[in-house]
Design a protein around this ligand. Structure first.
Ligand SMILES: [Zn+2]
Length: 292
């Protein structure tokens, strides 16, 4: 997409949730994926790194602690290529299935694994399957207490597994009793006064024609002058991965469109400007609530 001369492109957030294909929530009952498939996360993530390098784009890579623990060289390579390192939990347990104590321990363990792998302390968090919902909002306070500055775990839509309908669509500081954290919701587009549709997910890019995601990001950038937050997983670019789902809905959600995904990402990276999360939403934000 060529913009008219003098018109600046808005920098959008590009994020990658780094996990094995058997960690995906739709692939239920296969937590110990080594029983089902050998590890594929290294070649899959290297494909993503190659694609981003070709487009000169940096992104935020949310690392699963288990992956960092088993593949420290991969985390080092991602950091070496100039990408931002975030935390995607240790074991990919859904936050609303954990107690606050279990969530704290899981997060601390993930941070330790990522630190051990690359020497960096992640300060940005993304919950497995966007599982910070109305019933697990307490997690944000724990993230503040553990030193996180940003969270990107809330999808402000209605969905069977995640989402907080009515949560603000734009990034903002969220106050907890222990302090504030900058919340960066996944991109949505407003198509009518009472209807929002999801835009920022890899699944939507995979399952729907490219023009759906492109039109959504364009609407957010051009009509609202806001950045969009987009994510995908390395396994979404691998059409040859083993099929591990057990229901038709999960099979469609997980495996449909794998072959077209790399091409769609190429187009997205060509048509829009992307960067890491804290490049779009820096740690030090002016307190807009004081501006009248
Ligand atoms: Zn995940």
């Amino acid at each position: 997409m060529k913009l008219p001369l003098g018109r600046q492109q808005i920098l959008n957030v590009l994020s990658v949730d780094v996990e094995e294909c058997f960690h995906a929530t739709e692939v239920s009952g296969s937590d110990d994926g080594s029983r089902y498939t050998p590890s594929l996360v290294e070649p899959q993530t290297e494909q993503v790194l190659e694609l981003l390098a070709r487009h000169g784009v940096s992104a935020t890579f949310f690392m699963l602690g288990k992956v960092a623990e088993k593949h420290p060289r991969l985390v080092q390579e991602i950091a070496k290529q100039g990408h931002e390192i975030g935390c995607h939990s240790y074991a990919h347990s859904l936050v609303y299935d954990l107690t606050p104590h279990e969530f704290r321990e899981d997060t601390k363990r993930a941070v330790g694994c990522i630190e051990d792998a690359c020497g960096l302390t992640p300060r940005i968090y993304r919950a497995p399957s966007y599982s910070i919902t109305a019933k697990s909002l307490w997690a944000l306070e724990i993230l503040v207490e553990l030193g996180f500055t940003h969270d990107s775990s809330i999808y402000p839509i209605r969905h069977d597994r995640y989402g907080i309908p009515g949560f603000g669509r734009n990034a903002r500081r969220y106050e907890t009793p222990s302090g504030g954290i900058y919340e960066v919701p996944i991109a949505t587009a407003r198509i009518s006064s009472n209807r929002l549709v999801p835009v920022g997910g890899g699944g939507y890019l995979r399952l729907l024609p490219y023009c759906y995601t492109a039109a959504g990001v364009r609407r957010i950038n051009d009509s609202e002058s806001q950045p969009a937050c987009v994510y995908f997983h390395p396994w979404e670019l691998d059409p040859d991965q083993p099929r591990l789902t057990s229901s038709l809905v999960s099979t469609i959600r997980t495996y449909y469109g794998l072959r077209s995904m790399a091409g769609k990402l190429e187009r997205l990276l060509s048509d829009f400007a992307f960067g890491p999360l804290t490049a779009v939403h820096p740690v030090e934000q002016p307190d807009l609530s004081l501006v009248r």
